[in-house]
Ligand binder design. Structure first.
Ligand code: F6P
Length: 349
């Protein structure tokens, strides 16, 4: 087995608090093992053009632990295997070019920090012969095989804080406040954020909602003197027999953009209950800012574990949180699957 002397690291997909903490851990762990690290900019685009790469030494990652975003940049559209282009098919496959650049740069392995999309691309490159290790990232917490992804705790803490703030104004005005949170396919943020913030109703993708039941719950609260209600709704929630609210349809390289279910729910509840209702969309505020202490620690453990796997010549894996351990699981077991909230989850019951 050839020893790993030089590795690339990239961040792909939507950003999540903790990406920089992973990069920092990768660089520091690699440095301790005398492995050189090259940072690749804007996801796999950094493997197309060597001018979009840079050497990362410990001094280049000092002070980034607490920063949100990613010093390497990211993108959540397009895959090198199916990239939107001005061709008759509207697409181009430049994956061979990526493999070529990888070898030309003298890289021996790659750390891909990303969500389901980027980990899927990483797996495809692994099958094409690139030694890869994946690090799971998403505030939605919907990657299978890991109990948590960094970024989730930060998003939940932000949502809970927002709900706390909304309680006081909801109570003062005796209103219904609808809080739309992220969560395309899974209601983890809605459920954990809602429970932590003491929400009265939580609507999530796993359980299609019936607004009659929500209105009844609000009326019941009114009847015992609680004249306000907080309703948390995940962006991917849908009514019974209905579909998700799409702001922009999918197009070449772009998944459909969700959003807007909150205002629909607020308007309908106002009509049904006669109570003034407002909607607040937390949106990208949930992804912005620095990571919580939990996410910093998890991200650091992930980064260290990823380099440790590469150093030992273990490829095609994703590092996963399986308390109290960080364990490797095959990327092939992860891609194309979604970890939704189980209906027998104690918190849900
Ligand atoms: O996957 C994380 C996520 O935050 C989803 O919940 C959301 O639908 C999506 O990213 C939005 O991404 P963007 O607006 O950056 O394209």
């Amino acid at each position: 087995m050839p020893s790993v002397k030089k590795i690339g690291v990239l961040t792909g997909g939507g950003d999540a608090p903790g990406l920089n903490a992973v990069i920092r851990a990768v660089v520091k762990t690699a440095h301790n093992a005398s492995i050189e690290v090259i940072g690749l900019e804007d996801s796999f685009d950094g493997l197309l053009d060597p001018s979009r790469t840079r050497r990362l030494r410990p001094e280049n990652v000092t002070g980034i632990l607490r920063l949100g975003g990613t010093i390497l940049g990211t993108t959540n559209h397009g895959t090198p295997f199916d990239y939107p282009a001005d061709t008759p098919s509207g697409k181009v496959d430049y994956s061979d070019r990526v493999v070529e650049t990888f070898h030309k740069m003298g890289l021996n392995a790659l750390v891909v920090i990303g969500g389901d999309g980027s980990l899927g691309i990483a797996h495809q490159f692994y099958l094409k012969g690139i030694p890869v290790v994946g690090v799971p990232k998403t505030i939605d917490n919907d990657i299978v095989g890991t109990t948590s992804c960094f970024g989730f705790d930060t998003a939940v803490a932000f949502a809970a804080d927002a709900i706390d703030r909304l309680h006081t104004t909801a109570e003062a005005h005796k209103r219904v406040m609808v809080v739309e949170v992220m969560g395309r396919y899974a209601g983890w943020i809605a459920l954990h954020g809602g429970i932590a913030g003491g929400a009265d109703v939580i609507l999530m993708p796993e359980i299609p909602y019936d607004l009659e039941k929500v209105a009844a719950a609000i009326r019941q609260r009114d009847s015992f003197g609680a004249k306000f209600s907080i309703v948390v709704v995940a962006e991917g929630a849908k009514p019974v027999g209905g579909s998700v609210t799409i702001r922009k349809a999918a197009s070449a390289g772009f998944v459909e953009r969700l959003g807007g279910v909150g205002i629909t729910v607020a308007d309908q509840l106002e009509h049904m209950t006669g109570k003034e209702s407002r909607c607040v969309v937390l949106g990208h505020l949930q992804r912005g800012g620095g990571p919580t202490a939990f996410d910093r620690v998890l991200a650091t453990r992930f980064g260290g574990a990823a380099v440790e796997l590469l150093r030992r010549g273990v490829f095609g894996k994703m590092v996963a949180n399986n308390p109290p351990d960080i364990v490797p699981i095959p990327l092939g077991d992860v891609v194309g699957r979604t970890k939704t909230v189980p209906l027998d989850y104690d918190l849900l019951k």
